[in-house]
Design a protein around this ligand. Structure first.
Ligand SMILES: Nc1ncnc2c1ncn2[C@@H]1O[C@H](COP(=O)(O)OP(=O)(O)OP(=O)(O)O)[C@@H](O)[C@H]1O
Ligand SMILES: [Mg+2]
Length: 180
């Protein structure tokens, strides 16, 4: 039963990713609203903790309000955290910081080879060394698209001391805009 449940979760995530990707680029994204990024992150972190119960999450989240499509942004955050969980060594630590609109998710995994880095945002691309792990290679292509729609940027880089650091920058403000 546990295995069936885990596979259902995987399948549901894949369907969600495919639906997101199936929307043509030309089509306007869904309604944009002011969303507290720090709150979306906490929700995404709760899901990540379920996927990596033995990992340690060290978080430091300063309030940041962005204009985005909330469900799409939450999916993007889950996708980034999901990678950190998936590639973490057993009992590893995942560091998540949000400071002035810059989100960094850092893991202690194997890292990404420099010649592979340019491909990570391609649809269906997966490192040959990652093929034994679950996934379809869609996660980061969705992250790139959502972040771009919100006017931000995303990049992956080797973390100091090993592992990978994913950095998302989203335009916004530390306080919500006044009501119109
Ligand atoms: N934190 C990370 N550490 C090491 N490699 C990573 C990390 N994040 C991404 N990658 C590499 O980039 C590839 C693409 O990531 P992406 O999230 O798009 O796909 P996936 O995780 O393999 O599958 P999916 O996200 O669809 O479940 C991964 O397969 C892996 O090779
Ligand atoms: Mg992924």
């Amino acid at each position: 039963m546990a295995s069936v449940k885990a596979q259902m979760t995987e399948l549901a995530a894949l369907i969600g990713d495919l639906q997101e990707l199936a929307r043509p680029d030309a089509v306007q994204p869904g309604p944009l609203e002011v969303v507290p990024l720090h709150t979306l992150l906490r929700t995404a972190l709760d899901r990540a903790r379920l996927r990596g119960p033995e990992l340690t999450f060290v978080t430091d989240l300063a309030p940041w309000y962005v204009r985005a499509e909330a469900p799409a942004l939450e999916r993007a955050l889950v996708n980034v955290l999901d990678n950190a969980v998936k590639f973490s060594p057993p009992r590893g630590t995942v560091e998540v910081t949000l400071m002035r609109g810059e989100l960094t998710v850092r893991d202690q995994g194997p890292g990404i080879a420099p010649d592979e880095l340019p491909h990570v945002f391609d649809r269906f691309w997966r490192s040959p060394s990652a093929r034994s792990l679950p996934g379809s290679g869609l996660g980061l292509s969705i992250v790139a698209r959502t972040v771009q729609q919100a006017g931000g940027t995303v990049s992956l880089a080797p973390a100091e001391g090993g592992g990978t650091a994913a950095t998302l920058r989203l335009p916004g403000a530390p306080t919500p805009p006044p009501e119109l």
